[in-house]
Ligand binder design. Structure first.
Ligand code: FDA
Length: 308
């Protein structure tokens, strides 16, 4: 059961420092992260766009501990929005943000995060695109949904992420299945206690299907964030049943994961969006990718062994 150990390590500062300083980690990280700088990410976006893929960009960073760092996160996204506008990429590329990078955990966190993310959402609208609020661990869900509700008053296209491993999520899906609402449904990537979340993968999958049904039967725009072939085919079947056209929902997968399947779905006429992380603060994101799949971890360990 390495997953929980890796998820705990994802939150450890000392392990972060050790892993980040190991030079052999870098090439492996680059399998999941588009680059450390904005221009590398934009090159990645152009490549994906040529393959007919849509994109959501994530400037890596989370769990900031002071206001200056939160302002830096805001400024990185403002620069990104500027670049998307300048390059006319707003139609292809939206942005994903983690509110913990915008100061959500600081004193008065709701107001701090809202004040920092609002200019980003405004800049996204000016660039002809939108923002989706990633969902982090369960202690942040109420706060994130409250910020979402405030943003949606002026920018109803702002998206949310809901995680099927949480018991509460079916109810949240119902609340967010209305017209104009954009919801990315994922299984969930954090280590959560049994009081709030299913621990058994089969339970998480069953909950995912129940949530899919609610969102696809609803009036909103569902974004299916999963690499799981079963979830992809169940989505296709439910979309047919509920009479959804291909532009009335989309699939989403992470950069570097199942690229051939991403192309296959585009060729089959589906809208497919790739989540493209970039930046120097890749540690937490990278560790969650290792935790969710033994093959990812094996790939990492093999490359340490062959280079070390
Ligand atoms: P899961 O890990 O359950 O695997 C099921 C099956 O999928 C596997 O048996 C295999 O067949 C296939 N598969 C999975 N990974 C594969 C791989 N690397 N190669 C080949 N096949 C593979 N989480 C969160 O908590 N908050 C968030 O905001 C987000 N945001 C987000 C955005 C997007 C676009 C995606 C795709 C995912 C997220 N996540 C997330 C992560 C999510 O919660 C989840 O941890 C991962 O997507 C893994 O779950 P899956 O549904 O992909 O498959």
């Amino acid at each position: 059961m390495l997953g929980p150990v890796l998820l705990a390590a994802a939150r450890s500062d000392s392990i972060r420092r050790a892993v980040s300083a190991t030079p052999v980690t870098r090439p492996v990280v680059h399998r999941f992260v588009a680059g450390e700088q904005l221009d590398e990410a934009l090159t990645g976006v152009r490549d994906l766009a040529r393959r007919g893929l849509e994109v959501t960009l994530d400037h890596l960073g989370e769990d900031v501990t002071d206001r200056t760092e939160a302002l830096r996160a805001r400024d990185a996204y403002l620069a990104l929005a500027d670049a998307l506008r300048g390059e006319g990429l707003g139609e292809r590329a939206e942005m994903s943000v983690k509110l913990s990078a915008f100061g959500q955990a600081l004193p008065g966190g709701h107001d701090v995060a809202l004040a920092n993310v609002l200019p980003v959402v405004e800049a996204a609208a000016e660039a002809g695109t939108t923002v989706t609020l990633d969902m982090e661990d369960h202690t942040t869900v109420d706060s994130t949904l409250a910020v979402l509700a405030e943003l949606r008053r002026r920018f109803p296209q702002t998206g949310a992420v809901l995680q099927s491993y949480l018991f509460r999520t079916e109810e949240d899906c119902r609340a967010l299945a209305g017209e104009g609402s954009r919801v990315r449904l994922v299984k969930g990537a954090y280590k959560e206690p049994a009081e709030v979340a299913y621990q058994d993968k089969r339970e998480v999958d069953r909950a995912y299907v129940r949530c899919l049904r609610i969102l696809l039967a609803g009036e909103g725009y569902p974004m299916i964030g999963s690499h799981d072939p079963r979830m992809v085919s169940i989505t296709q079947e439910l979309a047919r049943r509920f009479g959804r056209k291909p532009d009335e929902y989309e699939f989403q997968m992470l950069y570097g994961i199942r690229a051939a399947e991403q192309d296959r779905l585009v060729a089959a006429g589906h809208r497919m969006r790739v989540y493209v992380p970039y930046g120097t603060d890749w540690y937490g994101y990278f560790m969650r990718r290792l935790a969710e799949r033994p093959a990812n971890l094996a790939f990492f360990l093999r490359s340490l062994a062959t280079r070390g």
